[in-house]
Design a protein. Structure first.
Length: 92
C-alpha cells in the first residue's frame, strides 16, 4: 500500500466585522453586570441573598428603598388577607 498523507486543517484568523478588539466578542454579558455585586460566581443561595442584602443597604437611592418596603408591606397584607389572618390582634 502507499503512504497515506494526512492533511492538516486550515486555520482562519476571523474577526467579526464590528469587533473593537477588547475582550471576547462572543461573550454574552448584560449591560449592568460590572455595576452589580450580586452577579458573579456565587456558590449558593445564602451567599446570593447576603450579597443582595448588602447591595440593598449600600444603595444611594433612598426613594427606591422606600418603594420596595411599601410594595413588600402591601404584598404581606394581601397574603394575610388571603389566608384569613385576623388583624384585630394588633389593635385594641
Amino acid at each position: 500500500m502507499g503512504i497515506l498523507k494526512v492533511r492538516k486543517n486550515k486555520k482562519f484568523s476571523y474577526t467579526p466585522r464590528h469587533y473593537k478588539g477588547d475582550g471576547n466578542p462572543y461573550e454574552i454579558k448584560h449591560k449592568f453586570d460590572e455595576h452589580r455585586v450580586t452577579v458573579g460566581n456565587n456558590n449558593g443561595l445564602k451567599s446570593k441573598f447576603i450579597n443582595a442584602i448588602n447591595d440593598y443597604k449600600t444603595n444611594e437611592n433612598h426613594e427606591a428603598n422606600k418603594r420596595v418596603l411599601i410594595i413588600v408591606a402591601v404584598l404581606v397584607l394581601v397574603f394575610l388577607f388571603i389566608i384569613g389572618f385576623d388583624l384585630s390582634i394588633f389593635f385594641s
